[in-house]
Design a protein. Structure first.
Length: 133
């Protein structure tokens, strides 16, 4: 997946560097891929406009990845359920499928609880802010 670099006031080379920074494991690898020096990339990383473009592209990439993961949820659960229900599969494989499902349920439950708690705290903060105006 190639990251989408926003239309900032960046040069084509800087946009290539933003994309490389999001897809490479190191600044050196990214600078090689973008065909610029490591020093240049470090200099750009001190430029607020470049950093904003990098953060925006990173956010877009994360959003896209999240959408893809959500779209694969049903298929993934069906596959795990198939393994779990298949008595011909070794017990270890079935147990790993069960553990994967349980871990996913617990993670979703924890996130849901955190969202609820955050919502309560935001409401309280808004109430306090409203009382102070």
């Amino acid at each position: 997946m190639t990251p989408n670099v926003p239309d900032a006031n960046l040069t084509a080379t800087q946009k290539r560097a933003v994309s490389a920074l999001l897809s490479c494991r190191s600044i050196q690898e990214a600078s090689d891929k973008a065909r610029v020096s490591r020093r240049t990339v470090h200099r750009w990383l001190r430029d607020p406009e470049f950093v904003r473009a990098l953060e925006s592209a990173s956010h877009d990439l994360l959003e896209s990845t999240t959408r893809r993961l959500v779209n694969m949820t049903t298929k993934s659960l069906d596959a795990l359920e198939g393994v779990l229900d298949d008595a011909s599969k070794p017990d270890g494989v079935r147990v790993r499928a069960a553990v994967s499902i349980l871990n996913a349920v617990l993670a979703v439950r924890e996130l849901t609880q955190l969202e609820r708690e955050l919502s309560v705290h935001e409401s309280r903060a808004n109430q306090i802010a409203g009382q102070q105006t």
